[in-house]
Design a binder for this molecule. Structure first.
Ligand SMILES: Nc1ncnc2c1ncn2[C@@H]1O[C@H](COP(=O)(O)OP(=O)(O)OP(=O)(O)O)[C@@H](O)[C@H]1O
Ligand SMILES: [Mg+2]
Length: 395
């Protein structure tokens, strides 16, 4: 299950408003990716292009040999059946009960009997914690419950590709932790290709295999989680570490004067926090697409911040008390030179560089990630890029 989604040179404007240009990335088959970006940068618009609800000015979205913007109506219908989508507002039918909303795609797209429909709908309602609320109308339940009902509905057709538009907005921190665990468990179970749009930095840091960031009408970066979490690119650092310091201001782009004042005030970017462990499936069995902790860093000769993957002092750990027990009980093993867990001091040591990449012997005294991958390494490691991103890098 799960199919690759390949986006090439996607460009979209509404009238004179350019939303984004030349977005190129690949959502690898069966992997979880997160898309971040300041509000209004076109994340929801991007999701709508993947399922062909909006057409780009230029560019392609290849799924199983189909180019979504250019397929016939008949094929578009087939392509859409591969998707499960959780829209930002839940998009439930207000006059239907929660049960009928969840059963809707099964009644619409399959020939299943009512008892089969009931079995599947109830299973998804149970999975999302909605048993007892199935006879209520969307207007009679909380916003968080509506989100979960949208998720239940997105799951009923066993999709190959799952798109989540801010699944965690409106959820309390405990439910967000449960939802994140549910997403990881689902991925382990059905291996669907998943793309999550979120503003929750903890989700972005701990759930996905890959992270992308839309900024200033371009895809600033897209690649493996460890690449983004160790990146020195100012906008990526600022966003992924939820800092005020950096190029993003209240109105998305700070003007030059504000940035200059920040520099004069000595408002420098703090060192990178440790990379948190990735959430693992609650049954303890790794997902098929999951890479071992530190894999990308080792491959590209990048030194992670001290304490990475230990869970101690990491961003993830700051909310650990709200996480479901399964994720906190199994901290990832720390990889050391000897390949064994080396106690408190050790961080991930970079053992092997793939041919042509730098070797580095990490000292446990290192205080911050000192290296960023070379542009070539970025190219190999990143599954996507934007012509705009490299132009603006380190400016
Ligand atoms: N159908 C449309 N017609 C015209 N403009 C649109 C349309 N849909 C979205 N936009 C505009 O495109 C821009 C990006 O919108 P989008 O909803 O994708 O942002 P977003 O990144 O999802 O923001 P948020 O994080 O707040 O959800 C906004 O300026 C919005 O007004
Ligand atoms: Mg949105």
């Amino acid at each position: 299950m799960g199919v690759e989604v390949k986006v090439e040179g996607l460009t979209k404007s509404f009238g004179r408003q350019v939303i984004w240009e030349d977005v190129t990335l690949t959502l690898p088959k069966g992997e979880i990716s997160v898309l971040l970006g300041p509000s209004g940068t076109g994340k929801s618009v991007f999701l709508k292009h993947l399922i062909g609800l909006l057409r780009p000015d230029r560019g392609h979205v290849y799924i199983e040999g189909h180019d979504v913007p250019n397929v016939s109506e008949k094929h578009l219908y087939e392509v859409r059946k591969m998707f499960g989508v959780l829209f930002q507002d839940g998009a439930l039918f207000g006059s239907m009960t929660i049960y009928d909303n969840v059963a809707f795609p099964l009644r619409e797209h399959t020939k299943k009997s009512e008892s089969e429909v009931r079995k599947i709908a109830m299973e998804k309602l149970e999975l999302t914690g909605l048993i007892g609320a199935e006879q209520k109308l969307p207007g009679e339940i909380s916003g968080g419950m509506r989100k979960r009902a949208g998720l239940a509905r997105a799951l009923v057709l066993d999709p190959e590709i799952l798109l989540f538009d801010e699944p965690d907005s409106g959820l309390d921190p405990v439910r967000t932790a449960y939802l994140n665990q549910l997403i990881v468990d689902l991925n382990a179970q059905i291996a669907a290709t998943m793309l999550i749009v979120t503003h929750d930095i903890n989700t972005a840091r701990t759930v996905p295999d890959n992270i992308g960031l839309l900024y200033r009408r371009h895809l600033a970066m897209f690649g493996p989680r460890e690449m983004l979490l160790s990146s020195q690119e100012p906008v990526v650092r600022q966003f992924l570490n939820a800092r005020r310091q950096g190029p993003i201001g209240m109105a998305e782009e700070k003007d030059a004067a504000e940035l200059e004042a920040e520099r004069e005030d000595g408002d420098v970017m703090p060192s990178l926090p440790p990379i948190p462990p990735q959430i693992e499936p609650s049954n303890g069995v790794s997902r098929p697409t999951q890479r071992p902790a530190g894999d990308w860093l080792r491959e590209h000769g990048v030194t992670p911040p001290p304490g990475s993957f230990s869970g101690e002092g990491s961003y993830a750990n700051s909310t650990a008390s709200t996480a479901p027990p399964a994720t906190t009980e199994r901290p990832r093993a720390r990889v050391t030179e000897s390949g064994r867990d080396n106690g408190e001091e050790s961080s991930v040591r970079v053992l092997r560089g793939s041919p042509g990449t730098r070797r580095s012997s990490t000292s446990s005294k290192t205080t911050a990630a000192k290296k960023t991958p070379s542009p070539a390494a970025k190219k190999t490691g990143a599954r996507g890029s934007s012509t705009g991103s490299s132009r603006r890098r380190n400016t």
